[in-house]
Design a protein around this ligand. Structure first.
Ligand code: CO
Length: 434
């Protein structure tokens, strides 16, 4: 339960990817990690613990071993979730109301965003009195906007299926006529500056509803952004648990998975590769060592998975039903949208066995396309044995998702064991775990 409470707190303090990275950053600093900047030369010390952020929305942390670099043990997850981004010049007057003009970020379940108090958070770039440009994270912290449904009497067939139009159906209500012109002031005051000092912003809607543990035996958790903050949090706990095995443990948290990862800070960027290269080169080792280390490394791509739905069991593969509280999920896909193959699957299954963590398997129905994730995308930059896993959940991409209490602990245990296991490649296809 301590882990679950920690997770819910982490989610509540992480309304956007910027805030999630800031939470992780603070926790790493508290644990004695040292912050690096990509813009500077790195002088890493043996036994040193470091992290670096990119765009304030992606983060990579690692620990330099006392011995040789050898290999990397990486767990990667994502910091972003589907939401609505607030456009430039957001105020839109309509019939005596002021609405905010927004656009979709990622593929959300639209219906879940209606009729609930929402708020605004993100990053504001300001001009300081001395003329510098600085970033401020802002979080409104009160119920500020809401997307009202159209009454059933005005949309009689809505329950037969409805195609939501992001421009005409989904703009949040912000205020009455008196609210006109106040949004920029509100944001500026959250950033602690005058409106004319605000140069630009990345602002998003978020669901303020607190996470909760519920069910006949308190077996379920529901919260916003479980995909993928549940993996971000559990992998962080495992990483911070410390380890004494040879090799470099790496914690990676990427932004923009929900929009295809193709940004300078996403999994489809140079970020991971650059950091791993710099770990090797700042230890004074030749490039040759980097290639050998990558070939000896292992990555876990941790992104939530679909549990079987009680009302729609037919949507799940007939021989691979995934159950909430059934443990960590390992994902397979013949077309390699998931990176798991017999090698990485075998290694991870053995790790879970040693951890005493229950493991289940996910495969899409053969007549259904699945979602994508970050493992195979990261592999196109840094190619190494990788397994795709996640925690079972319902209602993925709803603004209030549901998962299992016991799975949080199972995942943390499995990943702690992973970070504490040295995986040695004896020959192509032969491995020793110690
Ligand atoms: Co995800």
């Amino acid at each position: 339960m301590r882990l679950v409470q920690g997770l819910l707190e982490f989610i509540e303090k992480s309304p956007t990817s910027f805030h999630a990275v800031e939470q992780v950053r603070q926790e790493l600093l508290e644990h004695g990690f040292q912050e690096l900047r990509e813009q500077e030369m790195w002088r890493l010390e043996q036994g040193g613990q470091y992290f670096v952020t990119r765009n304030q929305s992606s983060l990579i942390a690692f620990q330099v071993p006392r011995g040789e670099i050898g290999s990397f043990r990486i767990v990667a997850s994502h910091s972003d979730s589907p939401t609505f981004k607030i456009k430039e010049n957001p105020e839109k007057e309509s019939s005596g109301y002021v609405q905010l003009n927004t656009e979709r970020y990622g593929g959300m379940l639209c219906a879940s965003w209606f009729d609930r108090p929402l708020s605004v958070a993100g990053r504001v770039m300001i001009r300081t009195d001395s003329g510098e440009i600085q970033s401020r994270l802002v979080c409104c912290g009160r119920d500020l906007v809401l997307i009202p449904n159209l009454a059933i009497h005005m949309n009689r067939t809505v329950n037969d299926g409805y195609a939501y139009n992001a421009q005409t159906d989904m703009l949040p209500l912000y205020g009455g006529p008196g609210a006109k012109g106040s949004f920029d002031r509100e944001i500026a005051s959250l950033a602690g500056v005058e409106p004319e000092q605000v140069l630009c912003s990345d602002l998003f809607l978020y669901n303020r509803m607190k996470g909760t543990v519920w069910g006949a035996q308190n077996e379920f958790i529901s919260a916003p952004r479980l995909d993928d903050l549940e993996c971000a949090y559990t992998s962080l706990q495992a990483f911070l648990d410390g380890n004494d095995r040879p090799g470099v443990p790496v914690y990676a948290l990427f932004d923009n998975e929900e929009v295809g990862s193709g940004t300078k800070q996403g999994a489809d960027s140079s970020f991971l590769e650059t950091v791993l290269r710099r770990i090797v080169s700042s230890a004074g080792l030749p490039e040759e060592q980097f290639y050998a280390a990558i070939a000896s490394s292992f990555m876990i791509s941790a992104d939530n998975a679909h549990a079987i739905h009680p009302n729609h069991p037919d949507k799940t593969d007939p021989t691979n039903p995934v159950r909430i509280n059934g443990g960590v999920v390992m994902k397979f896909n013949a077309n390699q949208k998931y990176t798991t193959d017999a090698v990485s699957g075998a290694v991870f299954r053995e790790i879970c066995r040693r951890a005493g963590a229950p493991l289940q398997t996910f495969v899409n129905r053969s007549d259904m396309l699945g979602g994508s994730t970050l493992g195979n995308i990261a592999n196109s930059h840094v190619s190494l044995n990788t397994v795709d896993i996640g925690l079972p959940q319902l209602a993925m991409h709803s603004c209030y998702e549901t998962a299992g209490v016991q799975d949080v602990e199972a995942m943390t245990r499995a990943l702690t064991t992973f970070y504490n296991t040295e995986i040695t490649t004896l020959a192509d296809g032969s491995y020793r775990l110690s």
